[in-house]
Design a protein around this ligand. Structure first.
Ligand code: MRU
Length: 346
């Protein structure tokens, strides 16, 4: 990859600033957990697996910042750090998965000295990042088997290297198919209101030399209806036990259009995106973001002042619209309740 989404370097966290892409490629340095939490909330880093990595690294930074004489005081303050991370964004379950993982590791090492615990947390956060790369490559390998030679693949939002530790889930499938030599091309939805498709997916795929066409969201049906799309591949922020999938707002519309046009609709996500505690998608919390994301583009108003706005950041695609869910442990289709349980604990 020609960029790094996030990395731990010299006891600080470095992130590419996704609010500035594609016009500027700026790397920010974070040395305290509160600014990492702010970076997640402000979308400097975004995408379910990437915010999981950021939360883990933020907790590792927080552990270093804690001044404590006793273990009791250290663990009380660590809980506060974790709560700050948990309050950043509600929908992507990878964030909560990473926080729980860091807490579990801290707890399992309670008997050790505080500096040792701090060091263990740092190593665990780096491991979360490294594992994500391997996981995405495996998602790519499985997913590429579903992509026909010469396919035109429609994707929504950015489920790429920028949304993960660096290879991507949906774009991981696309990258793997491309690496295998399949002559594929991508249609990237621009993804209003935040424009993850136009700003990030287009930037990543162009850098990679994968043939890509940018379309506005309302064009997807036009191209599907004309037979120009072979399949859709998207990422996920949370997948319920029955396969219902929360992903970027607009994903549901793409899935409905795909079904109407008999086009396979695939979801690619790591097992850490599964939330088997939720029986179906109606229980997934949906983040509402500021109205200014809808009324303004790059600070320029595009709507009259005072207009009422709604801005849900995610929607839920019912499992019945999903042809298959691609994970690092295999592909699930049909009986999602059974299949997802199996890939979650292989
Ligand atoms: O609001 P965002 O940009 O964090 O939303 C991101 C998405 O919806 C992605 O498709 C999802 O997190 C999968 S990322 C591999």
């Amino acid at each position: 990859m020609s960029f790094r989404t996030i990395e731990w370097r010299d006891n600080s966290v470095i992130m590419i600033d996704q609010t500035l892409l594609p016009s500027e490629e700026v790397y920010n340095t974070y040395t305290d957990f509160k600014s990492v939490a702010e970076a997640i909330r402000g979308m400097v880093i975004r995408g379910a697996p990437a915010i999981g990595v950021a939360a883990a690294m933020g907790i590792a930074l927080g552990a270093r910042e804690i001044i404590a004489d006793t273990h009791e005081s250290f663990f009380r303050q660590l809980e506060n750090v974790c709560e700050t991370m948990a309050r950043t964004r509600p929908t992507a379950v990878n964030l909560f998965w990473a926080i729980e993982r860091m807490k579990r590791v801290a707890d399992a090492n309670r008997a050790k000295g505080l500096d040792r615990i701090r060091d263990i947390l740092k190593k665990e956060a780096i491991r979360v990042e490294e594992e994500d790369l391997t996981i995405c490559r495996n998602i790519g390998k499985w997913g590429a088997t579903l992509i026909p030679e010469g396919a035109a693949i429609l994707t929504h939002c950015n489920a790429g290297g920028l949304a993960t530790a660096g290879y991507g889930t949906a774009l991981g499938v696309i990258r793997a198919a491309h690496e295998m030599g399949k002559k594929i091309q991508v249609f990237a939805d621009e993804t209003r209101p935040w424009l993850q498709g136009a700003r990030l997916t287009a930037w990543e795929l162009l850098k990679e030399g994968i043939p890509t066409t940018l379309i506005s969201d309302n064009m997807a049906g036009f191209f599907m209806n004309r037979g120009e799309i072979s399949c859709c591949v998207v990422g996920a922020d949370r997948i319920a036990a029955n396969g219902d999938t929360a992903n970027k707002i607009g994903t549901y519309s793409v899935a409905v259009l795909a079904k109407e046009n008999n086009i396979p609709f695939y979801v690619a996500a790591p097992v850490s995106t599964l939330d088997l505690s939720l029986s179906d998608g109606s229980q997934i919390p949906i983040e509402e973001r500021p109205a200014s994301e809808v009324t303004h583009i790059k600070g320029v108003p595009i709507a009259p002042e005072g207009i009422k706005v709604r801005n849900p950041a995610f929607d839920v695609t019912p499992a019945s619209y999903i042809s298959a869910i691609i994970t690092e442990n295999g592909i699930v289709s049909g009986d999602y309740r059974k299949g997802l349980r199996k890939v979650a604990a292989p």
